[in-house]
Design a protein around this ligand. Structure first.
Ligand code: GLU
Length: 308
C-alpha cells in the first residue's frame, strides 16, 4: 500500500497563509513519496464552523493546486462513529462524566494549591469528578450537562507501557499526560482529539504532517490510539509562518488570507514558491496591499523543492 497523508483544515474562518503552508507541506511530501494526500474537513464544532468557510476552503485549495484522490471526509457526517468509540471507552471504564464548569475548576485548583498535604497532581484539571461516587455520578447525569474526561491513570494502567510517538527516521519520542483531558465536550458531544484519531485510522493515514503547534496533542492521540487498538501513524511537524512581530499568523488578520491574495491578483505559483523556499517563513504584510504583496512574492517562476 502506498503511504497516505492528509490535510485537515477546520472551517472556522478563511484559509490563511499559515494554512496554505501546511497544505503545501502535505502535498509536497505526498509528491516526493508517491503518497495519496487526502482532505478532511474538521467541522465538528458547530459553534464555530460555517458551511461557507468549507466551500471557500475547497475553492482556495483548488486554486493553490491541491487535488485530492478521494471524496473529502467531513467530520460532521461521522458523529455516530465517534459516539460508538466513546461507548467503547466507556465500556473499558477509562472515561468519566465531568460536570465542572470552568469556574468550578479554577476554584478547586485554588483550594487544592493551598491545601497542606496535597498528593494529587493538579495539572489543568484537579480531578474533581474522578472522585465522585457512582451514586453522585448517576444523579448528576440526570440533572446537569457534562463532558467526558479520560482517566489518564486508569488508561495508562491498562497499557502498561510508556507513551511515545515516532518520527520519520523511526526515532521514538516519549510523551506524557499530566491531567485527565476532555475527550467529549459538553456542548458538541465530541472533541478534536477523539475525532482525529478515529478518522486518521478510518482514512488509513500512515503519515501525519502538521504544524509544530499541534505537538502538544501527541500524548493524548497516542494514548487513544493504543487504547482503541488503532495503528500508529508516523508524525512529521513543520515550521509555522509568523508575522513581522514574531506572532504566529492567525485567521483574524486581513491581508493574510488566500482570498485577499487572490483578490489582489496574486497567482498560486507566486505563493507556492514564496512559502516553499522562504528561509524564515515570515509574512510581514497585515494589509491587503497588492504592490507590497507583489514585491514580496516575486514572479513565482522556477519553483525548486526544498525540505519542510
Ligand atoms: N483541524 C486542525 C486545525 O485546523 C488540524 C488537525 C490535525 O492536523 O491533526 O488546526
Amino acid at each position: 500500500m502506498p503511504p497516505r497523508t492528509r490535510f485537515a483544515p477546520s472551517p472556522t474562518g478563511l484559509l490563511h497563509i499559515g494554512n496554505a503552508y501546511s497544505a503545501l507541506c502535505c502535498m509536497r511530501w505526498a509528491e516526493q513519496h508517491h503518497a495519496a494526500c487526502l482532505l478532511r474537513i474538521e467541522d465538528i464544532d458547530h459553534t464555530r464552523c460555517r458551511a461557507e468557510f468549507s466551500t471557500a476552503i475547497l475553492d482556495d485549495l483548488h486554486w493553490l493546486g491541491m487535488d485530492w484522490p478521494e471524496t473529502p471526509v467531513r467530520q460532521s457526517e461521522r458523529l455516530p462513529a465517534y459516539q460508538q468509540v466513546l461507548e467503547q471507552l466507556r465500556g473499558m471504564d477509562v472515561i468519566y462524566p465531568c460536570f465542572c464548569t470552568r469556574r468550578d475548576i479554577q476554584d478547586e485548583i485554588r483550594r487544592m494549591s493551598i491545601a497542606p498535604h496535597r498528593d494529587d497532581p493538579v495539572g489543568d484539571y484537579p480531578g474533581t469528578c474522578r472522585r465522585l461516587s457512582d451514586m453522585e455520578r448517576k444523579r448528576n447525569m440526570e440533572q446537569l450537562p457534562y463532558a467526558w474526561r479520560l482517566d489518564v491513570e486508569k488508561a495508562m494502567r491498562r497499557l502498561d507501557l510508556p507513551l511515545c510517538w515516532h518520527d520519520e527516521a523511526g526515532t521514538a519520542h516519549p510523551v506524557s499526560l499530566d491531567h485527565d483531558m476532555v475527550i467529549a465536550r459538553r456542548d458538541i458531544g465530541i472533541s478534536y482529539h477523539l475525532a482525529v484519531v478515529v478518522d486518521d485510522a478510518g482514512q488509513g493515514i500512515t503519515h501525519i504532517i502538521r504544524g509544530d503547534d499541534l505537538r502538544h496533542s501527541l500524548a493524548i492521540h497516542r494514548l487513544l490510539q493504543l487504547l482503541l487498538g488503532l495503528p500508529e501513524p508516523v508524525y512529521i511537524h513543520h515550521r509555522l509562518v509568523h508575522d513581522a512581530n514574531g506572532q504566529r499568523l492567525a485567521k483574524r488578520s486581513a491581508g493574510t488570507t488566500l482570498a485577499s491574495l487572490r483578490a489582489m491578483g496574486i497567482r498560486p505559483e507566486q505563493l507556492r514558491r514564496f512559502l516553499l523556499e522562504s528561509p524564515d517563513l515570515i509574512w510581514p504584510l497585515s494589509d491587503a496591499d497588492p504592490a507590497a504583496a507583489g514585491a514580496l512574492l516575486g514572479n513565482g517562476d522556477q519553483l525548486t523543492h526544498t525540505s519542510v
